[in-house]
Design a protein around this ligand. Sequence first.
Ligand code: NAP
Length: 266
Amino acid sequence: MKVGIYTNKLTSSQVTKHKLTELLLQNGFEINDKEPDVVITLGGDGTLLAAFHHYIKQLNQIRFTAVNTGHLGFYTDWQNSEIEQLVESLKKDDGKSVSYPLLKIIVHFNQTNRQPKTYLALNESILQKITSTLIADVYLGDQLFEHFRGEGLCISTPTGSTAYNKSVGGAIVNSSLKILQLTEVASINNIMFRTLGSPMIIGPEDKLTIVPSAKSDYFLTVDSESYQCNQISRIEFALCKQDIRFVKYRHINFWKRVQKSFIGEV
Ligand code: NAP
């Protein structure tokens, strides 16, 4: 098995990387960061997000597993005190994986000769206007659903539901469900602009389209990256056919993880 190691800059991650590399080599694994079968991330959820984007063109070949060098994360199954157990379970690997849905974002432009741009998000995508409030029409399928005016719109995956989505009042969604969630960020509601006001869970077959009213000055956030976008005609959001796959060694109950992270001991 070819193993890639992707780490953040923290000293604790660098120390763990050193130990892990030795352990993997002693146990007959090949270290290969370019074309790995499995990528082990060392850091937190942010590091896993960065690794996902780093290996985005190889998602078909790669399974991920994440070691936390900080507090318990949502994508991280192992603590850095457990790397011996992680290597032991990699030795018994049977190729099984658990997969989570990704969000596909397609940005269309006004210029007819300009190709649409496609992005994939593991957590979420947020559309905001830079200089003023965002005014946009929201379509579900081909049907105009509402006129939005406010700070922005956030579309999150189930695994992203515990991140930005949670901060803007979205529901926490069990990561085994194949859905997307639309949440409003500080919407203005009056006779002109009327939105649902509640987070919406969107099914796997539904396509969500946002048509911004002005042409320019948008910020489109895709996980940790932000892109300044001009001349947008519409943005389509849907579940992607491609998933992210994680190595399936042990199952940490989703709601236990939520409780540990947000509530603590009860
Ligand atoms: P970042 O510093 O990489 O991450 C910000 C925080 O979000 C970190 O504590 C990170 O955990 C946590 N996080 C990331 N994904 C998560 C998930 N799926 N569930 C629960 N917590 C999660 O910030 P960034 O590079 O700007 O953006 C990365 C992500 O951070 C975004 O996708 C967004 O969801 C989230 N974020 C949230 C807010 C907010 O809630 N107001 C604001 C900005 C960004 P670790 O410490 O384990 O890395």
